[in-house]
Design a protein around this ligand. Structure first.
Ligand code: EZ4
Ligand code: CO
Length: 402
């Protein structure tokens, strides 16, 4: 089998998606997700100008060799644009491989290791009362694990909390908006939230929280300690992770489990965190980590250090990436949990898919390959629209972390 054609589709059914499509001389095609929130067109250009011309004529079964060709062969390694482009190609190759062998991708990754993929939902509210209601609604939908983010008293807007009645979307159309931040107010409010949540919902539901890289190690240590009696499933991205040793300080002070890695692109971003056992969950995605070929190796390495997966699954990853994550989560042994933010109806109709949610778990379905299609005609009715995550500033105007 040979690759005969490749193309990139950009569409915006509510938010932007970059979809890579590979075609073969046997009439099979594969899809991959290369969406990089706020930098979508950089990946489109990388794929179109520099990757597609090199793929024509290659054997799509050679997932390992093509991965090495794109990673080592470019000389310039790593980085979110490069790795999202490689991720999109790799996903499409595994999709083709599954279709050619007439089997779902999870069977190519080791087969089913479990009955279903445990997922967590998002719940957020302007204040603690609203957040308690939002968590209750997610539990009512059948979720067994819920991430809770609440507005902070004294701050107008908070990460993860939508304005008005709209569901939270990670990105707004137009140029970046700005939100204000106070670590002091944040640190005071989070323990109250989880104390109330445990009182209301008991110990059975898994509760998670995302700090979004906004603390220093010692601040994160304080928060982890104060949350210990509320038994969080995890505290996510407590600090920016360029300095991997920062996690050592947190670890020395608290038993609250730590998750990080949604902005990582290769094993090299996480190797010290894993080797030193400073984290409990690794959050890299199939798209941003360079595909299933790379993520499988990362998960296997993490397993040596008792670290489980908790892949990023926000709406800025397309249904193609979600499907790949579910095949992956079904097959690997050290799976932990999968993030699940449902896409809007427009996105679901552009990307018809076989995966489904039922009573706290998701299932990739048994369609050969990844089990996702793209309706290109419908996609064309939703052209790209510039959109970004907001910028975050401290109360005195200092630009701060996201
Ligand atoms: O801010 O997906 O855990 N989920 C998150 C997301 C991220 C966006 C970045 O593109 O932190 O909401
Ligand atoms: Co996050």
């Amino acid at each position: 089998m040979k690759i005969t054609k490749a193309a990139v589709n950009v569409c915006s059914p509510g938010r932007n998606f970059v979809t890579f499509k590979l075609e073969t001389d046997e009439g099979l095609y594969g899809l991959g997700d290369g969406t990089l929130n706020g930098r979508e067109l950089a990946v489109v250009s990388y794929l179109t100008e520099h990757v597609i011309p090199c793929l024509i004529g290659r054997d799509p079964f050679q997932t390992e060799d093509i991965w090495q060709y794109l990673y080592r062969g470019a000389y310039w390694r790593r980085g979110p644009v490069t790795m999202s482009a490689i991720g999109a190609v790799d996903m499409a190759l595994w999709d083709i491989k599954g279709k050619a062998l007439n089997t779902p991708v999870y069977n190519l990754l080791g087969g089913k290791s479990r009955n279903g993929v445990l997922v967590y939902a998002h719940a957020n509210g302007a204040d603690i009362e609203e957040t308690i209601d939002a968590v209750g609604r997610k539990i009512g939908l059948g979720y067994l694990a819920v991430r809770a983010q609440s507005g902070i008293p004294g701050l107008d807007s908070t990460y993860g909390v939508a304005k008005g009645n709209k569901p939270y979307e990670p990105a707004e159309r137009g140029l970046p908006s700005e939100s204000l931040w106070s670590t002091e107010k944040y640190l005071r409010s989070v323990p109250d939230l989880f104390e109330r949540l445990r009182k209301q919902f008991g110990e059975d539901v898994h509760l998670l929280h995302d700090c979004h890289h906004r603390l220093t190690p010692i601040e994160a240590a304080r928060m982890g300690k104060e949350l210990e009696s509320h038994h969080l499933f995890w505290m996510e991205d407590p600090v920016p992770a360029e300095l991997q040793e920062g996690f050592k300080v947190i670890r020395q002070h608290t038993t609250t489990p730590i998750a990080t890695g949604e902005v990582f692109n290769t094993i090299w971003d996480a190797q010290e965190l894993l080797r030193e056992q400073w984290i409990d969950y690794i959050r890299m995605t199939v798209t941003h980590a360079g595909g299933l070929t790379a993520l499988k190796k990362i998960a296997d390495f993490a397993a040596l250090f008792h670290v489980r997966t908790g892949c990023h699954g926000a709406t800025d990853l397309s249904p193609v990436s979600m499907a790949a994550a579910l095949h992956f989560g079904m097959a690997i042994h050290n799976f932990g949990i999968q993030e699940h933010m449902p896409h809007n109806a427009e996105t679901d109709s552009v990307f018809p898919h076989g995966y489904a949610f039922e009573e706290g778990y998701m299932y990739p379905g048994d369609t050969p390959g990844l089990g996702v299609e793209i309706d290109e005609k419908l996609a064309a009715t939703y052209p790209y629209q510039r959109a970004y995550l907001p910028i975050n500033r401290k109360l005195d105007g200092t630009l701060f972390d996201w």
